[in-house]
Design a protein around this ligand. Structure first.
Ligand SMILES: [Zn+2]
Ligand SMILES: [Zn+2]
Length: 198
């Protein structure tokens, strides 16, 4: 099933084929919380315990159809993932490893244009909670679901190596290993953009 994705203002648009997705999870880590807060999307992206819902998927399942020039990226730590966002309205879009050979993208759920019920129907409900100790308040750990969920992700990443799917990754320049944008220090433009659109 193909689902549209878009940034809040609609400039950056694309599609994801959920048939190739690995699973859903909610991450409560401090970096995911900072990423939403820094981009001033804390209220729509984070749940009340500070969790970000991610759709783990194959990079080749994502296709941008408009506004790709708005795609920008930042990193919060040396070892952390590339954190992609739409510069036009600072919408968090996805996390990717720095190495494009790892066929993984964690799409931020809020950029998918779909109802929660439709997502539950096509992918099943979210059963995995990651990094629960940094949640705001108590969140139940999900060790068994996490174990099987991670195993499924690793299996998919390995399979993508054999099938050559790792070659197709919209976040990286083909064949070069370089991201299509270099991570840059983040400077907020949200207030200017909101003022312009008012
Ligand atoms: Zn936008
Ligand atoms: Zn996280």
């Amino acid at each position: 099933m193909k689902i549209h994705l878009r940034c809040q203002c609609g400039t950056l648009r694309g599609q994801v084929d959920l048939g190739k997705a690995y699973g859903r999870a909610i991450c409560y880590c401090k970096d995911c919380q900072s990423y939403a807060r820094m981009l001033e999307h804390e209220r729509d992206v984070l749940n009340r315990r500070g969790g970000t819902e991610l759709i783990a998927t194959l990079p080749a399942s994502i296709r941008f159809t408009a506004g790709i020039e708005q795609l920008a990226c930042l990193t919060l730590t040396d070892k952390g993932p590339l954190r992609w966002y739409a510069a036009c309205c600072q919408t968090p879009i996805a996390n990717t490893p720095k190495n494009p050979k790892v066929a993984y993208v964690g799409l931020i759920r809020t950029c998918l244009v779909t109802q929660a019920a439709a997502l539950d129907q096509s992918m099943g409900p979210v059963k995995i909670a990651l990094n629960t100790p940094s949640a705001r308040g108590k969140v139940a750990r999900t060790p068994i679901a996490t174990f099987f969920g991670m195993a499924r992700i690793f299996k998919n990443i390995l399979t993508s190596r054999w099938t050559g799917h790792e070659q197709k990754n919209p976040f990286f320049v083909p064949g070069s290993g370089r991201p299509i944008r270099q991570p840059e220090p983040f400077k907020s433009t949200r207030n200017d953009a909101l003022k312009r659109s008012a």
